[in-house]
Design a protein around this ligand. Structure first.
Ligand SMILES: NC(=O)c1ccc[n+]([C@@H]2O[C@H](COP(=O)([O-])OP(=O)(O)OC[C@H]3O[C@@H](n4cnc5c(N)ncnc54)[C@H](O)[C@@H]3O)[C@@H](O)[C@H]2O)c1
Length: 271
């Protein structure tokens, strides 16, 4: 059911790789709620061509941009402003990648060039998205910027390796830029800390299936799906959350506040 929450709003959605992506579901939901959107992803991710299907469904244009390139982001905002006839109301940063995780490197054996790449792609790009937007005045008053995080920013998950550090930086940037952009233009900036979700980025993490099942059993509501996450993101883009900023918001079925659950106890007792 649509509520018209984003009627008349315009926004940029990054990170839709395929139909499992959180960004993919968000684009569909934002469209359903009345928004006009521009889609973006790294040029290399577009080779699969999946994003064209999404663009068709959302009647959206695609502007390729490597999120680590300031020049690409300048082009993204400039072209979006032409399409929108002015600034945008919301931006979704749904981007993450760690070469160390991809190549199975342990936390005690990280390749530091790759570590820098993880930080650049997964965290600094969030800052770049906002710094470039602010300089070009590409986000309107009371706009909303959302990034996606994971609880490994606060607690250790051994297989999450350098992505945990990247997520900690991402959440810190939400506070730092949230303060600055709030003062400058009433733009709000938040991160959503999402449950483990079966996407390309998610399932690439070592041991993913086990910690997906563990989180499912720990959370009183179970794991939050990508679609539920899209709903939460849309709410943050809407005017209903105008005064929410600089927050890391857990969207995890209650996982983050659960010490242990009956399901985990009975699993251990039946070992
Ligand atoms: N899946 C999970 O379990 C989970 C849990 C919590 C948070 N998140 C976060 O959600 C976000 C979206 O991931 P997802 O789970 O939808 O997976 P996904 O693999 O569908 O999306 C990740 C996206 O990042 C894009 N990307 C990678 N490098 C890029 C670059 N240099 N420039 C531009 N885009 C680039 C990819 O092309 C891809 O579209 C990520 O920040 C991820 O860390 C995921």
């Amino acid at each position: 059911m649509a509520y018209g929450l984003l009627k008349g709003k315009k926004g940029i959605i990054s990170g839709a790789l395929d139909s499992n992506s959180i960004a993919w579901k968000t684009a569909l939901k934002a469209k359903e709620e009345g928004a006009q959107i521009v889609l973006t992803n790294a040029p290399i991710a577009m080779r699969m061509g999946e994003i064209n299907k999404l663009a068709e469904m959302c009647e959206a244009q695609i502007i390729p941009a490597d999120a680590t390139s300031v020049e690409d982001l300048e082009n993204l905002y400039t072209k979006s402003m032409e399409i929108f006839g002015g600034g945008c109301d919301f931006v979704l940063h749904s981007i993450g990648m760690s070469p160390n995780i991809r190549k199975g490197r342990e936390y005690g054996d990280l390749n530091y060039d790759w570590f820098m790449k993880s930080l650049d792609v997964s965290a600094l790009s969030f800052h770049k998205f906002m710094q470039v937007a602010e300089k070009l005045d590409a986000i309107k008053e009371w706009g909303s910027v959302v990034g996606l995080s994971y609880i490994a920013a606060q607690r250790t998950y051994p297989f999450y390796t350098d992505m945990a550090d990247a997520k900690a930086v991402l959440e810190s940037i939400a506070r730092g830029y949230g303060y600055r952009y709030g003062k400058a233009k009433n733009v709000r900036v938040n991160t959503i800390s999402q449950s483990p979700t079966k996407t390309t980025a998610g399932t690439g993490i070592g041991g993913f299936n086990s910690f997906y099942d563990f989180a499912e059993k720990m959370s009183p509501l179970g794991n939050a799906s990508a679609e539920d996450c899209a709903n939460y993101i849309v709410m943050l883009f809407s005017d209903l959350t105008k005064m929410v900023t600089m927050q890391n918001l857990f969207h995890d079925g209650g996982y983050s506040n659960t010490g242990i659950s009956e399901e985990i106890i009975s699993l251990l007792e039946n070992q």
